[in-house]
Design a binder for this molecule. Structure first.
Ligand code: SAH
Ligand code: SF4
Ligand code: F3S
Length: 440
């Protein structure tokens, strides 16, 4: 066994980045457990520390390098082995060994099935790398999910778009869809195992194309997952606006288990910036997709991602992003300052927006969006919602639930069970969450 004959080796995974990485860490944990490794309570106690990394912005990479520095003494003294997994591993490859010589393993997300063999090399005192895309790395039979009631499920890996700012096509490779049969079989297995919420994952779920003769499209797949008896909630992320179709809205309207929430990253409200970003839609076309969602019978919440300070973004372009916020009335927005990434087309674009100006725009945008969210959430005061009870905060005697629209509700109740569904009445609203109480 990879863990060797002596005392069992222990591992700890630190995860950076998006939900795909969170789910990949569950796959990796499962592989390690199957190889005889034991989980450690913290990275300080672990024999093997794995950093599952993100490369989306420069800051994300800097965070990982500073975290690696933290393990230097233990690694050099031979008390720990260190692995770099995920997007930064794929992007930088063996260069990581040059920059951080005490790293023992570098492995990208498409190579996790090779981990058992790579771990054997590590135990033999050798360095190991897994950096090819010849392996699909969808689910493994060993996936060890962190939650007993909400499960991530990969439906498509990689990305074939070439958004000018984005590193993901270089870190996760070309698009590969998983067969509908294997997705549905895993979903049924999850429901049989007590899961009631499934979140379908992909960089661009709308590009899903069933490689099997059934040829299911994404909307059809949503319906098929939503029809599985026992499933209460189906979420999906992320949708690319260009490929977002009426059929998806119709699927949400027809299947009660599909959640009332769409995450539709816009990136910018200016058509000229969108063109230079190679997003393949205009402001007007994006607003048409929003109108489609708003025309649904169900009240679907909409969230987005925005980049400020893309090269060449003028004050007028930025104003258009602000007016887009007003027009759409998002329920949530993740916003970022543009960060130039290696290999991407945006490197050749100019002029760069100065860092201070990016920071100023970000602040203005976040303040505007905060007001919108507060106003939207205030309209919910007095109303009742069903929430999935996700966590408990004993210090504040509060439970934390989530609505189908993906809003967090902190609520009071004498007792509740994690993973159950509760009805709550909203009493107060903040920009990022609601406060309420349980109703029987
Ligand atoms: N697949 C998703 C995006 C994944 S990355 C999609 O197509 O929407 C998540 C978000 O990070 C992006 O939506 C974008 O807003 C942001 N992002 C990506 N590259 C960035 C960069 N170079 N600088 C700043 N933000 C970036
Ligand atoms: Fe990146 Fe664009 Fe692909 Fe999303 S669709 S992962 S932003 S290249
Ligand atoms: Fe980061 Fe990779 Fe996700 S770059 S955002 S962890 S796909």
């Amino acid at each position: 066994m990879g863990a060797g004959a002596g005392k069992p080796q222990t591992f700890y995974i630190e995860t950076f980045g998006c939900q795909m990485n969170a789910h990949d860490s569950e796959k990796v944990a499962g592989q390690l457990l199957a190889q005889g490794y034991h989980p450690a309570a913290s990275s300080a106690e672990a024999d093997l520390v794995l950093l599952n990394t993100c490369a989306i912005r420069d800051k994300a990479e800097q965070k990982v390098y500073s975290r690696l520095g933290h393990f230097k003494a233990d690694a050099l003294a031979g008390r720990k082995k260190i692995g770099v997994l995920g997007c930064m591993a794929q992007l930088e490859g063996e260069k990581i060994f040059e920059r951080v010589p005490y790293v023992n393993l570098v492995c990208g997300s498409a190579s996790y099935r090779k981990l058992p063999a790579l771990l054997v090399r590590l135990q033999d005192g050798q360095r190991a790398t897994g950096l090819t895309y010849d392996d699909e790395a969808f689910e493994t039979e060993f996936t060890r999910r962190a939650s007993p009631f909400r499960a991530y499920l990969t439906i498509i890996e990689g990305c074939d778009k070439r958004c000018a700012y984005c590193i993901v096509p270089f870190t996760r490779g070309p698009e590969r869809s998983r067969t509908s049969d294997s997705i549905l079989a895993e979903a049924r297995g999850l429901v049989a195992g007590g899961y009631t919420e499934i979140q379908l994952l992909g960089q661009n779920v709308n590009s899903y194309r069933d490689p099997s003769p059934r040829r299911m499209g994404f909307a059809e797949l949503l319906g098929a997952v939503g029809r599985i008896p026992g499933i209460r909630r189906v979420r999906f992320t992320t949708s690319h606006p260009r490929d977002f179709s009426r059929e998806i809205v119709e699927a949400i309207d027809s299947h009660p288990a599909l959640c009332n929430h769409v995450h539709l990253p816009v990136q910018s409200g200016s058509t000229s910036v969108l063109r230079r970003m190679a997003r393949e839609y205009t402001r007007e076309e994006y607003l048409e997709k929003i109108a489609l969602i708003r025309s649904a019978r169900r009240a679907i919440s909409i969230t987005t991602d925005i980049i400020v300070g893309f090269p060449g973004e003028t004050e007028a372009d930025f104003e258009e992003t602000l007016t887009l916020l007003d027009a759409v009335q998002y329920d949530g927005a993740f916003s970022f300052m543009f960060s130039p990434r290696p290999n991407t087309a945006a490197l050749a674009l100019d002029p760069q927006v100065p860092e201070e100006e990016k920071g100023r725009r970000l602040k203005v945008l976040q303040a505007r969006q905060r007001e919108i969210q507060l106003a939207r959430n205030e309209t919910l005061v007095g109303r009742e919602f069903e929430v999935l009870v996700e966590s408990h905060n004993p210090k504040q005697a509060q439970w934390v639930g989530r609505t189908t629209t993906n809003k967090v509700v902190n609520f009071t109740t004498p007792t509740a069970e994690l993973g159950s569904y509760a009805r709550v009445r909203v009493r107060r609203a903040g920009p990022n969450s609601l406060v309420g109480e349980r109703v029987q």
